[in-house]
Design a protein around this ligand. Structure first.
Ligand code: SF4
Length: 325
């Protein structure tokens, strides 16, 4: 299904049901409880860690492997092509939505980033050899973004920052402002004031992966907290044109439980608990792989012919919680 056809199917949806609104209220309650626990753990011992921020990336990293999450916070990666090309696709989508088709992938991505104040990525991009393999890769991504046609009446917005702080209020005690859920929605359509239902799209530059579904559900939670009702639709879009719409019912509450679990786990790490290691294919791009005992075990098991562990899908995610339509 193309994006426009999917949007058409959502446009007829009625306003949120009472059950959907109640689900958002329960999600708030779950996150309030987590904020109180985070505050109780850290307010007196590590106040500088507050508010704990649970972003889409942080939640994903913590769910994949806490060891990798910690290693990534400590590492300063300046040449991560996978990350840069992902950001480039976001920039191409922004350019396509607001300025029309991308004519020069390198120059246009750099211009978008400069407009956004992201000067480091802009400089990295402008330094790319113009005829190299990476430039050709970018040209393909730019062409893909150009095929993402969206009716302007949906009022498309890109990289929309949303966030909600929990534990606010006079009765929050030690949990006051202890937890912040935040994120930047790649593509947000419709919503209050537009005459269309709210729809969130996660734009991914790589191949489909179960973690992308969890990331899209984080968007659903952020949207729901912002608007007081779940979005009408959430989906993951890939440059090959694949659109993966996701089931919205129950997603907000499931995502809230996941964020709450991540918040408490983060607080435990701040308190000094060693990170739990979950080895799997993701060890291949982990900054801590060289000295990690779990990665060594994984390599040993692979040499012996085993699968070396990992989650149910070999990648450390509880995929059964996330369900495409
Ligand atoms: S190498 Fe693997 S198990 Fe070790 S910290 Fe990294 S992702 Fe986790």
């Amino acid at each position: 299904m193309g994006v426009q056809a999917w949007l058409g199917s959502l446009d007829q949806q009625a306003t949120a049901s009472a059950d959907a609104v109640a689900e958002v209220a329960e999600a708030r309650r779950v996150l309030g409880v987590a904020a109180a626990e985070v505050g109780a753990r850290l307010a007196g011992t590590v106040p500088a860690a507050l508010p704990l921020s649970v972003t889409k990336g942080r939640a994903g990293a913590m769910t994949t492997c806490e060891g990798q999450a910690v290693a990534r916070w400590r590492s300063v990666t300046t040449d991560d092509w996978a990350v840069l090309r992902g950001r480039a696709l976001d920039a191409f989508v922004a350019h396509t939505v607001f300025g029309g088709p991308v004519a020069d992938p390198v120059a246009d991505a750099a211009s978008v980033w400069e407009a956004q104040g992201n000067l480091a990525d802009a400089e990295t991009m402008r330094a790319l050899p113009p005829d190299g393999e990476r430039a050709a890769d970018l040209a393909e991504l730019a062409a893909a973004a150009g095929r993402l046609r969206i009716d302007p009446s949906w009022v498309p917005r890109v990289e929309v920052r949303v966030g909600t702080t929990f534990g606010a209020g006079a009765d929050a005690g030690a949990g006051a402002g202890a937890l912040r859920l935040a994120g930047r929605i790649d593509l947000l359509l419709g919503g209050p004031g537009t005459g269309r239902p709210a729809v969130a799209v996660e734009v991914k530059s790589g191949h489909s992966h179960s973690s992308h579904l969890a990331e899209a559900y984080h968007y659903a939670l952020l949207c729901a907290l912002r608007h007081g009702a779940p979005p009408a639709g959430i989906a993951v879009w890939y440059p090959d044109g694949t659109l993966v719409p996701l089931r919205v019912e129950g997603a907000v509450l499931t995502s809230a439980h996941r964020a709450a679990d991540v918040a408490v786990a983060l607080a435990e790490l701040w308190e000094g608990r060693p990170p739990r290691l979950r080895s799997g294919p993701h060890c291949g791009w982990c900054p801590a792989a060289a000295g990690c005992p779990a990665a060594a075990d994984l390599a040993g098991a692979a040499e012996a012919g085993g699968d070396g562990g990992g989650g149910a899908f070999g990648d450390g995610y509880d995929d059964d919680k996330w369900e495409p339509l």
